[in-house]
Design a protein around this ligand. Structure first.
Ligand code: FAD
Length: 497
């Protein structure tokens, strides 16, 4: 019997499987297809995801194979800039570049190499999940492969099976529709010669006759998106002749090859329920958003980071099953904000298109690019009013054996305490929790964190407790409360200690 069966070997399923396998569990991955995605969909990610990649050992490889964007503009039809936002480039508080432009088939290959190096992951490709049956302590999966029926048993099932998720449908889970359905042609091309199209400047072209998006990917990869206009058909827009006509202001067959051009329907929707008993959903199975913010895959990777350590606590008998209720409670509002924010960028494009036609439009400052992701709404010591709790903890550089090291590489994915002072003697209960959860206590010296990534936090708190997903659980102003914050983990995460 497997500990966890994952349906879907896309970016989210492969990261989920990889994270759970790092804890030593027996993982099964099932996918109807064979091989990595032949083409790119996701193209952009951020420093928070790099921390997940680094936990799995391949962040450096992803970074070295990625490009960057230094500006994003909303322009008129002639590409005159209406709004431009500079993008930060330097390594930020997360300890990694704040944004990366990658090529999805390459990224998937990097992730899969890591997955396939783990002996405790079994992969069944060309295998379709047909149905499943849940029992109190297991799920029985019924699959077909090459026309034959095969059954698997697993303690938990996670559907990372994309937007049309079979797991979600088989569980009869409905979706909250945020009301944004638009058809766009997505074209990926690769430059074969040097051209003068921007290398690092992304553009949302607010042309009322044809809104479009241009994103320069890594090396010669270029992404173009064109909205399907009323009266046009998918087939018409996907024809090679039409695609080259749309691309003609940018590239042509003499300087680029076309990888593909397909019409996608952009949606904004969230599954109403993310867990039923021992079945869960994550990634596009749980949420879908238009791609304007480049955050769909990242939202799924956040789901995986939120879930894997909770499953570890259950499977190692340290937490009650009810810890899984915190998964949707924490992730749904965060994902809903991301979906709504992505829609808001679509609305800015529409508003600026209307402005070109003489209508009034003023974009809201709280929308668009450059906004900060929200905090987790729960799973915290107190609340997030301190602007620290519920956010990913910055990643300081610590001096170890005379050289600077990323703190994540020292603490891994465990509960961790950061403090500048020795903590006083803990209560027996707190000691037991520290031992059971193997809480790492990192006492900073004056030489640590020369980059001052932790300054704001240490101005507010004497000690902070960080969750295994690197989100700040909470902080305390007096070390006398050290035992309280540790003991509070018991009720927050249904610990069995
Ligand atoms: C045009 C476009 C641009 C985008 N840009 C970005 C971006 O820049 N950044 C970003 O973060 N996100 C972006 N996204 C979103 C991103 O591509 C998705 O969020 C991400 O790919 C979802 O990954 P996933 O693993 O959840 O699902 P998928 O990648 O869809 O994988 C699901 C897998 O499940 C398998 N499967 C399905 N049903 C079954 C079954 N019954 N049995 C067995 N296997 C099954 C499928 O074969 C598939 O391999 C973009 C999306 C689009 C369309």
């Amino acid at each position: 019997m497997f500990d966890v069966a994952i349906i879907g070997y896309g970016p989210v399923g492969s990261i989920m499987a990889n994270l759970i396998a790092t804890k030593g569990y027996k993982v099964l991955i099932i996918d109807a297809n064979q091989g990595t995605s032949p083409t790119a969909r996701a193209i952009n990610t951020d420093g928070e995801q790099c921390r997940t990649f680094d936990l799995l050992g391949f962040a450096d490889e992803v970074v070295s194979n990625s490009g960057y964007i230094d500006k994003v503009s909303f322009t008129d039809a002639e590409l005159n800039e209406i709004i431009t936002q500079d993008q930060p480039l330097e390594v930020g508080a997360m300890g990694w570049p704040p944004q990366l432009l990658f090529y999805q088939p390459e990224l998937e290959k990097i992730i899969r190499t890591s997955v396939e190096s783990k002996e405790n992951i079994e992969i069944k490709e060309s295998t379709l999940l047909e149905s499943f049956k849940t029992e109190s302590d297991k799920v029985i999966l019924n699959c077909t492969s090459n026309g034959e029926s095969i059954n698997f048993e697993s303690k938990y099932l996670i559907g990372c099976d994309g937007a049309s998720s079979s797991v979600r449908k088989l569980l009869n889970i409905e979706r909250d529709d945020l009301g944004y359905d638009q058809d766009w042609l997505v074209a990926d091309a690769h430059l074969t010669k040097t051209t003068d199209i921007p290398k690092h400047h992304a553009k949302q072209i607010c042309n009322p006759k044809r809104p479009a998006t241009y994103v320069p990917g890594r090396r010669g990869h270029r992404r173009f998106e064109f909205k399907l206009m009323p009266g046009e058909s998918k087939e018409e827009l996907e024809s090679e002749e039409k695609v080259w006509e749309l691309l003609s202001p940018w590239i042509n067959p003499n300087n680029a090859t076309l990888e593909r051009a397909d019409v996608y329907q952009f949606h904004a929707a969230l599954a109403k329920t993310w867990r039923i008993d021992n079945c869960l959903i994550a990634g596009d199975a749980a949420h879908q958003m238009p791609p304007f913010m480049g955050a769909g895959m990242g939202t799924g990777i956040r789901d995986a980071m939120n879930l894997f350590w909770k499953l570890d606590l259950i499977l190692s008998n340290k937490a009650e099953d009810s810890i899984l209720d915190t998964y949707q409670a924490e992730r749904y509002p965060h994902a809903k904000w991301t979906v709504a924010q992505s829609v808001s960028i679509g609305k800015i494009i529409e508003g600026l298109c209307a402005q070109q036609e003489g209508k009034e439009f003023t974009p809201d400052d709280n929308e668009g690019y450059g906004v900060k992701f929200p905090h987790l709404p729960s799973g915290l010591y107190k609340d997030a009013s301190d602007d620290i709790s519920g956010y990913p903890c910055p990643q300081p550089l610590l001096i170890r054996n005379g050289s600077k090291e990323l703190s994540d590489r020292i603490v891994g994915s465990k509960f961790t305490i950061f403090t500048k002072n020795a903590i006083p003697k803990l209560t027996k209960k707190a000691e037991e929790i520290v031992k059971a959860l193997d809480i790492q206590i990192i006492e900073f010296t004056d030489k640590d964190d020369e980059e001052n990534r932790m300054s704001k936090i240490f101005e507010t708190y004497k000690l902070i407790l960080i969750r295994p997903d690197r989100y700040v659980y909470g902080g305390i102003e007096s070390l006398d409360n050290s035992s309280d914050i540790i003991e509070s983990l018991e009720s927050t995460f249904s610990l069995k200690i």
